[in-house]
Design a protein around this ligand. Structure first.
Ligand SMILES: O=C1O[C@H]([C@@H](O)CO)C(O)=C1O
Length: 551
């Protein structure tokens, strides 16, 4: 079945958290509309850019875009940004059931609010491998009162002005600033929110019946925050991660990093005369943002009956053992595709924070990514010279590099070279974390791969070494599209180059990508057929199209 959507992206006045902001909306609302389809459907989004003076693209996060790499929605990688006033048609297949989302992928447009949910149900006649009586969908994000353009300038200045922690955490685009639903428990003390329910920022309440099982879909499109979600008094059973089934396991709270999605099941088996809190809190960075709260409302109770107990207390922000123990519980459901036993190539990517001519940047193997003006998909497909740096970026970093110390050098460079991968190869990537510029500082980075799912083979502490290969989980590693690296640690992943195209692989923290924290992978680009001309009508491919030698 083909599902058609007609969207207009534009700036709107919107109250995300009680303070009015200028927000990037779709069809006059924030967040954007939810796309819902079935596995095998074709989604067609006719996107018109009503932003007056800037380009736009939308990335369909978690959708692999087999055969349609030009629809991946990455500016300067898979297509030219859509000019103000112009329309671009995204047409792609959703081939796998799961919880996904979409978001802007040009500059920091995701931070401006350009995002929404994308949910794929199992194909007609098929069943999920678990049962539930009803479902809810929560798209999690974070919000700053400073606009995304000012943030871009701040981050690109010398000295860099860091964006700081978010003012508000949002649940389905709704948050409360300077007030709390659970005022008597709030620390620091906040006034009680006086919500009537009709406000743009009124929390979305989850109405449930006692003794039923519900599926809760969760996805995080935060610009920065790592989150922890809990439902007061209720256990959660994790069943899906990034559109892949996992071996069900039970937890009290769940960590969710930017770019990740999960489904959890919970059963309404608590005292039915009460309502319960649902909370999200910041993890992995010293929090300076109040918890986001909404209610689990057991019917027929009134939704204004607030829980008598305080909201769930999140694990300490730097209790990384808690987070690691959660990550290590995520394993593929029996019967899931297994990774090839051997790899053809290993790429080790060192993540560092560096200074380049006084500017603060993030670099991968000493290269800080600056995108070219011509989309790689076109320049590689048509063999255009000078569109980007043709020297390949390094597959490793110096053996004697001390990941526990600050980068000793300030000789990182800007670059836009490509990791050229052979088709049908098995690629291992080791993401190696290190000390950032601050003394004793190393941060969490959730890395997201476009065009593929990968198997997460394992996590480790300190510097990766050849011996660690023996510890890889080749039996039941989970398939994902986003995975975290912990401070001073490494994460190993494996994928197969089975999808001709040019694919971004980057830290999903929006300011970090803006500061260069990503790489570009390309595979089988000569096999890509019928790239729409509109996708390439800029830069050197634009010139090529004007001479009309190619169609
Ligand atoms: O990229 C970042 O910059 C700041 C800090 O390292 C410098 O202010 C921070 O916390 C980041 O994640």
């Amino acid at each position: 079945k083909t599902r058609h959507f007609k969207w207009e992206v534009g700036y709107i006045h919107w109250s995300t958290d009680g303070e009015e902001s200028v927000v990037m909306g779709i069809n006059g609302a924030f967040p954007g509309p939810t796309i819902r389809g079935r596995a095998g459907d074709i989604i067609v989004v006719e996107l018109t850019n009503k932003l007056h003076t800037e380009g736009v693209v939308i990335h369909w996060h978690g959708i692999r875009q087999f055969g349609t790499p030009w629809a991946d929605g990455t500016a300067a990688i898979s297509q030219c940004a859509i000019n103000a006033g112009e329309t671009f048609v995204y047409r792609f297949k959703v081939d796998k059931a799961g919880t996904y989302f979409y978001h802007g992928h040009y500059g920091m447009q995701r931070s401006a609010g350009l995002y929404g949910s994308l949910i794929v149900d199992v194909a007609q006649g098929e069943r999920e491998p678990f049962h539930y009586d009803g479902e809810f969908n929560l798209l999690l994000s974070d919000w700053w009162h400073k606009g995304s353009h000012e943030q871009e300038v701040d981050l690109s200045s010398n000295p860099m002005r860091w964006i700081g922690e978010p003012q508000t955490l949002l649940i389905n685009g709704r948050g409360q600033y300077n007030c709390s639903m659970a005022a008597q428990f709030s620390n620091p003390r906040l006034p009680q929110c006086k919500l009537r329910g009709g406000e743009q920022y009124a929390p979305q309440i989850l109405r449930v019946r006692p003794n039923k099982t519900y599926r809760l879909r969760l996805a995080s499109t935060t610009a920065l925050a790592s989150l922890n979600l809990a439902i007061g008094g209720h256990k959660m059973v994790v069943v899906e991660a990034d559109g892949n089934y996992v071996q069900p396991f039970s937890v009290q709270d769940i960590d969710i990093y930017s770019g990740e999605s999960y489904s959890i099941l919970f059963t309404t088996n608590q005292d039915p005369s009460k309502n319960y809190w649902i909370s999200t809190s910041v993890r992995g960075r010293e929090p300076n943002t109040p918890q986001a709260l909404t209610l689990l409302n057991y019917l027929p109770n009134s939704p204004s009956k607030f829980p008598t107990l305080p909201p769930p207390i999140a694990p300490l922000w730097n209790d990384y053992n808690h987070s690691k123990s959660f990550s290590n519980k995520i394993l593929a459901l029996m019967g899931s595709p297994k990774p090839p036993i051997k790899n053809n190539r290993r790429i080790v990517l060192l993540n560092t924070q560096n200074k380049i001519d006084g500017y603060t940047k993030w670099a991968i193997n000493n290269v800080s990514l600056v995108l070219p003006t011509t989309p790689y998909l076109g320049s590689i497909r048509y063999g255009i010279n000078n569109a980007f740096d043709t020297r390949p970026p390094p597959d490793n970093f110096p053996r004697d590099y001390d990941v526990m110390k600050q980068a000793p050098n300030s000789n990182a460079t800007y670059g836009n070279g490509v990791y050229m991968l052979k088709m049908n190869n098995t690629i291992d990537i080791i993401l190696q974390n290190a000390n950032a510029l601050g003394k004793g500082a190393s941060e969490i980075h959730p890395w997201h791969l476009h065009g593929h799912d990968f198997w997460v083979l394992g996590y480790g502490e300190g510097k990766f070494s050849d011996k660690d290969v023996k510890k890889f989980n080749l039996k039941n590693p989970p398939l994902r599209n986003t995975v975290v690296i912990y401070p001073y640690g490494w994460t190993a992943l494996r994928f197969v180059t089975d999808n001709p195209g040019v694919w971004a692989f980057h830290c999903h923290i929006e300011p970090h990508l803006h500061m260069g924290m990503g790489v570009i992978l390309a595979e089988g680009v000569h096999l890509v057929k019928n790239i729409p001309r509109e996708a390439l009508a800029c830069g050197l491919t634009g010139k090529m199209l004007m001479t009309n030698k190619h169609n």
